[in-house]
Design a binder for this molecule. Structure first.
Ligand code: 8YV
Length: 316
């Protein structure tokens, strides 16, 4: 009988995380989905869960795991984990903040440039042999335009630093004003949108921010405004966004995240005034390796009886 703790994965994890996990744990790879009968048999032994930022770890799943001690998420976002239920059971929840700030901020700027300068369309113009027939229509200038950040946490601040180099005046909304930051605070997303050319969503997902960006916010952003979402699809009312894009209520949207990933509505995919990428905010080799190491370190620290390098704030 192995002395390694039993661990359930709830996402398809990269080999560079799976390999260390398999050395230190008896890993049951998504067994609850792959083989529910086998899962029933081993469920009482599971002491750890490992998943990604998109993983759902609800109260129901945890209730089936009486020996569960820790949920380690390879991602900064943990809105899929029922932290209240975990805490009530004394289950620790850990995530991987900081190491992905640069990548997500880089992608936000890339999306802003792509949507404003119509880079995907320009690339297609050349590839499809359209250039000899005439130039591209003119695009929109980003430098000097007004940036509004919905969320001013670690990644929001990394985006703001980059935007300063583009000469962009910066404003934000958050639950409360952050003292010490030199950016204008607006109490609501709607007020911020009315004062922005680029509205970038970088706030945690979950019940508190569900559909925060609704039809009213999009109307306030206006026909020259762009919406960029690098947070969670749940923060934007996707149906209202599609309508706003179709009607020209806003100029365009660049999205890394969607309501029902990996499914992107056909109505959104059919539009020309969007840039759509498949949740790649942290998807570089360097960052994903750093996230995997952090997710593993949290597990290892827990089973060594040491403090977790990055427990979620609610569990600290
Ligand atoms: C990844 C993320 O998609 O960190 C997050 O919250 O959404 C992403 O970095 C994913 O969690 C990688 O495992």
């Amino acid at each position: 009988m192995s002395s390694k703790p039993d661990l359930l994965t709830v996402a398809r994890l990269a080999p560079f995380l799976m390999e260390p996990l398999q050395r230190a744990f008896t890993v049951h790879d998504r067994l609850h989905e792959q083989d529910p009968a086998a899962f029933e048999r081993i469920a009482p032994r599971i002491r750890a869960i490992c998943g990604s930022g998109e993983s759902k770890v609800g109260a129901e799943l945890m209730a089936r795991l009486p020996a569960l001690e820790i949920v380690s998420i390879m991602g900064v976002g943990y809105d899929g984990v029922d932290v209240t239920a975990a805490k009530a059971r004394g289950v620790m929840v850990a995530h991987t903040p900081e190491v992905l700030n640069d990548d997500v901020a880089d992608l936000a700027l890339a999306l802003m440039l792509n949507i404003a300068r119509r880079i995907p369309q320009a690339e297609r113009h050349v590839r499809d042999g359209q250039w000899p027939a005439g130039p591209m229509p003119l695009a929109s200038k980003m430098s000097g335009a007004r940036l509004g950040l919905v969320g001013m946490g670690r990644i929001g601040q990394a985006i703001a630093l980059r935007a300063l180099a583009f000469g962009m005046p910066i404003a934000y909304t958050a639950r409360s004003a952050k003292p010490g930051l030199p950016y204008a605070f607006h109490a609501t997303p709607q007020a911020l949108a009315a004062a922005s050319d680029f509205l970038v969503v970088i706030t945690p997902g979950g019940a508190a921010t569900r559909k925060l960006i609704d039809a009213g916010v999009l109307r306030a952003l206006g026909p020259n405004g762009y919406l960029i979402n690098v947070a969670r699809g749940s923060v934007v009312d996707e149906a209202a966004l599609i309508e706003a894009l179709k009607q020209g209520t806003i100029a365009g949207a660049a999205l890394d995240v969607f309501e029902n990933e990996p499914n992107v509505p056909a109505a959104l995919r059919a539009l020309d005034n969007v840039v759509l990428v498949p949740h790649i905010g942290s998807a570089t080799t360097q960052t994903r390796h750093a996230m995997a190491a952090r997710a593993f370190d949290n597990l290892q620290a827990h089973f060594a009886g040491q403090p977790l390098p990055s427990a979620v704030p609610e569990c600290r």
